[in-house]
Ligand binder design. Structure first.
Ligand SMILES: [Zn+2]
Length: 172
């Protein structure tokens, strides 16, 4: 992880491990992963809701809706906010989200690799014809049959893992 100076006093940091750093003034700085929440939404035809990203990283690539937790948000709150912002979906539009899997990855942003911990849920949409509008960070929204998703086109590796797990659960 890239972390060179103490955020408390500005002194140079010594790397103790991949996420623990100390400065000469005795401050210990932790560079833990930032949590993100993603959602795999399925309609009655076993199709997954996939978004085409409008912004970098991964502009033009496919992904699940979701994003980083704000400082004081729970995972549930992040999930609700992101689905509202990206797709105008309310909690009443989908069943109670179920935990699917989690994984770590490096989120490349403006030349920096940010360690991310993705927590991925899934749920069924309550109606197939729910009115969806896309937010600023979404270029397009697609419904793709779960087993026909080209995993190489899914930008974030933890989301590929989640899709594979849900295929095992629902299709096979
Ligand atoms: Zn310091």
């Amino acid at each position: 992880m890239e972390m060179n100076f103490c955020r408390r006093c500005g002194a140079a940091l010594t790397h103790m491990s991949d996420h623990v750093f100390v400065c000469e003034n005795g401050h210990t700085i932790y560079g833990n992963s930032s949590p993100t929440v993603d959602m795999l939404l399925i309609n009655s035809k076993q199709e997954a809701l996939i978004v085409k990203r409008a912004l970098d990283p991964g502009k033009g690539e496919l992904a699940l809706p979701g994003g980083f937790c704000d400082a004081k948000e729970s995972l549930e709150e992040t999930l609700q906010r992101e689905l509202m912002e990206e797709l105008d979906l309310k909690p009443s539009d989908y069943d109670t989200p179920q935990f699917l899997c989690s994984d770590t990855s490096q989120y490349g942003f403006k030349g920096e690799a940010i360690p991310a911990l993705s927590v991925i849920f899934w749920a069924r949409l309550r109606q197939d014809n729910v009115a969806l509008t896309v937010g600023d960070d979404v270029a397009e929204m697609l419904f793709i049959p779960l087993e026909h998703i080209d995993l190489q086109k899914i930008f974030f590796p933890p989301q590929r893992k989640a899709i594979k797990i849900l295929i095992e659960k629902l299709v096979k």
